[in-house]
Design a protein around this ligand. Structure first.
Ligand code: WT7
Length: 659
């Protein structure tokens, strides 16, 4: 386990800062009265019942869906491999779309889309059904069979959700790649999943400009032998090269396809998607989720955490390229027949009030966003928010990283006008759905904690030896029982799956997070305990950034650590040793930053690069990241340096003026 980290400064720092937080906010009587879960007593009862008989709890929830054939057993558990609803046959697209298109919701808005430049589109459940069925036929005509992997690389347009749902409809496995990733990152993901097809857009709009996505795909697929065809959606009208035989326009293919397509009747454990996420070592991990278990928990957690009602307009600001977008932009809301507000672009385009303007114009009732965005809004100034009427809002949510109590209070006062409960939702790409969160009509919230686990979810905080911690004692966050939306493996790498998640503690899933549980049983996340950093709510492995730096000609060695950042949560600081013949200067700094953007994507660019004649290492040659983190944060090293091999190296690593 990685662990010089548990004693690191930022962690002890976060423990002491949250310890002082004593404020408590119960939901209003008005909110509770109308909520799905109306009191803590009701929650406790549900939690106890689910703990006593998990098979019954999850089985009852699964009954609410359409099954072509019912399951034989709720859970087969051969640790660490789970099979949920074995023997059952279903289709998640059928449950998310057809069920509603056949009901009174046929003419209800499924997706209200707003483009960055202001255009609007509304897709009803009926229209979504037609488009998804058509595109599913396109996939079939293009030779996509159940189990084939399909990579999707496009911006936030409804066709992204249509493509995802169409894959699920025909039993293909979608692999959405966030449109901010580079050609190199695409090739890596496409090759690892051996995707047969890439679906992309010509371009995507961003802050008034546009990015040519097709060119990036062209560059990526030179190195991806598995790809047979590319389907291109026209969004921005960029100039693109269409390669004969390989590339096809979305609209041409849709023009030929029928609008009825029987959904594939897939096994409960049929793979649904692979989504890549960073780990502490090596290449990104392809997190594999399967059909029925994911469906049950994504839908049910959405219903209770967001207290969804048919009248709601739900605005999730996450990109579908991340797990939040999969579970709570697409599947969770659609499985509930909810109305989604999907916005194409940047929060500060054309100005810092875009979200608030959207909320006012569309009368959004539920907003789900990230602490990093909230901190950016605080900095931009309250007047951007207060000039809009936000009376339609009734519930707020956050996800992605710990929310600092000041940001929570601002969200509560300025956005929620002290009226809206806040659900701080803890979960991971691997968990598939929300694990720890308030239930808004029941749980009294405290700024900075995701509060209690959802019914059926057995999380705990334990010591290194696996024993439970006492109240308020910092430890490791684990999950003690399988849950339906858990990852099934790392795509193509069972050994890594077993090692990463199941080897630290006996019979428990290790989350990689440090946490403490307070006297009310509320979980306070203290951040990662491994070499994974959360930058603006996005997970980055520092080793990936190091590999990218070292792949640049001038670089001999690099170590990347994080330091706290007001807006991004964490900023990346790279300590770089150059090969002898190179000299570190401003141009090289810029070149390195651009190189990382090219290798991984702009989100991974180091915020600061310091030149290092040598890196602090132990006698056995292990880089002492703890010291680098202290240097990056406070410019001083106060911690234990007794194992340091060469004391001289530290002197050179303090803040550096631009050369
Ligand atoms: C890591 C998972 C889940 C969707 C977005 C991120 C951190 C996530 C919270 C929260 C404190 C949080 C954890 C977790 N995290 N939500 N509410 N409070 N920390 O998904 O990229 O898989 O990252 O994000 O460290 O392990 P991800």
């Amino acid at each position: 386990m990685a662990t010089d980290e548990t004693t690191s400064k930022e962690q002890t720092g976060s423990i002491s800062s949250v310890l002082s937080e004593k404020r408590k906010f119960p939901p209003s009587a008005e909110f509770s009265k109308n909520a799905h879960i109306t009191s803590m007593e009701e929650y406790e009862k549900l939690y106890a019942a689910a703990a006593a008989d998990p098979d019954k709890y999850w089985g009852d929830l699964a009954e609410k869906f359409h099954w072509f054939k019912k399951w034989d057993s709720v859970l087969d558990w051969a640790p660490p491999y789970a099979k949920w609803f074995s023997g059952g046959k279903t289709n998640i697209c059928y449950n998310a779309v057809d069920v509603h298109a056949k009901s009174w919701r046929k003419n209800k808005a499924a997706i209200i889309w707003e483009g960055e430049e202001g255009p609007q589109r509304v897709l009803t459940y009926g229209e979504l059904h037609r488009q998804v069925s058509k595109f599913a036929n396109v996939l079939k005509i293009a030779g996509i069979r159940p189990g084939d992997r399909v990579a999707i690389y496009m911006g936030m347009v409804p066709e992204l959700i249509i493509a995802v749902l169409a894959c699920a409809r025909v039993g293909a496995v979608h692999n959405v790649i966030f449109a901010g990733f580079s050609a190199h990152a695409i090739s890596e993901r496409v090759n690892d999943s051996r995707a047969k097809m890439v679906i992309c857009a010509d371009g995507t709009r961003r802050r008034g400009g546009s990015i040519n996505l097709k060119n990036i795909v062209d560059e990526a697929i030179v190195n991806t032998p598995s790809v047979r065809s590319v389907i291109v959606l026209k969004v921005t009208g960029e100039k693109v090269h269409m390669h004969d035989g390989m590339d096809h326009w979305w609209h041409d293919l849709m023009g030929l396809a029928m609008d009825e397509c029987e959904p594939a009747e897939v096994d409960a454990e049929h793979p649904l998607f692979v989504l890549y996420t960073s780990g502490s070592t090596g290449k990104p991990k392809g997190i594999l989720h399967t059909t029925a278990g994911y469906m049950v928990h994504a839908a049910n957690s959405f219903k209770y955490v967001f207290d969804i009602k048919d009248e709601d307009i739900y605005f999730c600001t996450a990109d579908v390229g991340w797990i939040t977008g999969h579970s709570y932009m697409a599947y969770g809301p659609l499985l509930n027949g909810a109305t989604i507000l999907m916005y194409e672009g940047a929060p500060n385009y054309p100005q810092w009030d875009r979200f608030w303007d959207i909320i006012n114009r569309h009368k959004v009732t539920i907003l789900y966003t990230a602490p990093t965005a909230i901190r950016a809004f605080i900095r931009a100034g309250n007047e951007w928010v207060t000039k809009h009427n936000l009376d339609s809002l009734r519930l707020l949510g956050t996800v992605g990283e710990p929310i600092n109590p000041e940001a929570w209070m601002w969200y509560h006062r300025i956005v929620g006008q002290e009226r809206c409960p806040i659900v701080d939702t803890w979960w991971q790409t691997e968990t598939g759905g929300i694990m720890v969160s308030p239930l808004p009509g029941a749980t009294p919230t405290k700024p900075g904690t995701a509060t209690r686990p959802l019914p059926g979810i057995m999380v705990d905080v334990v010591r290194k030896n696996g024993d439970p911690c006492e109240a308020n004692e910092g430890g490791y966050l684990v999950i003690k029982k399988p849950w339906p939306s858990m990852l099934r493996t790392i795509y193509g790498d069972n050994a890594r799956y077993e090692k990463t998640y199941w080897s630290e503690f006996k019979d428990m899933y290790f989350t990689g997070d440090g946490a403490r549980k307070d006297e009310d049983g509320y979980i306070w996340i203290m951040g990662r305990v491994d070499d994974v950093v959360n930058v603006s709510g996005h997970r980055l492995g520092t080793s990936e950034v190091e590999s990218a730096l070292v792949s640049y000609e001038a670089v001999a060695e690099a170590a990347v650590v994080s330091r706290p950042d007001d807006i991004k949560g964490n900023a990346l600081v790279a300590f770089v040793t150059l090969k002898d013949e190179y000299v570190g200067d401003m141009n090289l700094r810029e070149a390195l930053r651009n190189h990382v953007a090219k290798e991984i994507g702009p989100i991974a660019k180091p915020d600061e690069i310091r030149w290092a004649k040598g890196l602090p290492k132990t006698r056995s040659g292990k880089i002492m990241r703890r010291l680098l983190r202290e240097l990056a944060t406070s410019n001083e090293v106060k911690g234990d340096v007794t194992t340091l091999e060469d004391f001289g190296v530290l002197e050179n690593l303090r803040d550096q003026e631009d050369d």
